[in-house]
Design a protein around this ligand. Sequence first.
Ligand code: NIG
Ligand code: FE
Length: 406
Amino acid sequence: MKRLIVNIGETVGIVPEGILRKQGEEMSQTGVMEDAWLRIEDGLIKDFGPMIDCPSPDGAEVFDAEGGMVMPAFCDSHTHIVYAGSREGEFLDKINGLSYEEIAARGGGILNSADLLHRTSEDDLYEQSMKRVREMMATGSGAIEIKSGYGLNPEDELKMLRVILRIRQSVPAVVRATFLGAHAVGRGYSHGEYVDTVVGMMPQAAELSDFVDVFCDEGFFTTEDTAHILKAGAACGLPAKIHANELAASGGVEVGVSNGALSVDHLERSGTAQIEVLRDTPTMPTMLPGSSFFLGIPFAPAKDYINAGLGIALASDYNPGSSPSGDMRFVMALGCIRMRLTPVQAFNAVTLNSAYAMGVAHLVGSIAPGKIANLIVTDPGWNLTKIPYHYRSPFIRAVILRGQTV
Ligand code: NIG
Ligand code: FE
């Protein structure tokens, strides 16, 4: 199928071929073309250019953007959207003053979600999760990473990974799967037994996953556990993406970088030491402002990373315990309002850099011929600054994934 989008006020996010991430000052730049057209063929961006040279439709369906902006769909490189039910009870505990750690220590938190998931059938889990995926696509996400980690025993972890695969096969969004067996110690295991169980599951999990993850933080898994699990993942061909430095300076960044992690995520408790460890590495620092907002913990020092010459990605962390929203526009707004990123920096963080953090920057996250046509067309009058500024006003006219309006 062919489509020709005409009368685009501004095409934003044009990136030369071969550039897979932005770092330091590059984070403040993005390619823009005003008054433009864009042609889609077979689900891919075929070409684009100025309206003055607009080609004839030549059999393509014409979409008149009427001056609206076209940008790459959001890329969300860190989510836990396969879960059962929700945790409103804990929301009340939190309002009444309990911290994330205190809720977890009482057997709530991740273990609560694991119990619920255990009692939920695979079909039901798929339906509940698909509802969230549809909502994310409707709010503009075109690439989504999804983690396991609410199974916490071999049978239920594989159930989650099968559900992620089924989602991947049924939606136009690009989906990547991460095995997060080491999210918390499963019920009935000692800590050591559970780490051995995660390692033992790796060959089977690897058949259904793209990445391995560990919650390397105080009260969860140590740097030694993490190194052990990441090495087992690597032996099965899984690159690492890890949870690091959310609750404490856990050593997660260091163990992630030394194991070649594609991303280290959270980073609320990080600073100069971690920035130096990350410098000149392929690892993408990924920050999750939705969980800082929801938990009331510090926001990761995004500006310091960028000023030091590094790139950062932003993702939603959509999960029932610390970030019950997958709205990447809100993530972008928090990036600007609470982390003091400029709209262009936040935009690069939620598109190209987040695509990089899940290994799909060659496919999505920018506007370039040959990339998958995952696009947002805004209503007329919108620009990159207004999107996080008017952070609750509807701005999306169409979400186009693989060339089709969803
Ligand atoms: O990324 N930090 C660990 N895991 C999730 C929270 C999961 C949960 O509470 O259910 C996170 O914030
Ligand atoms: Fe997470």
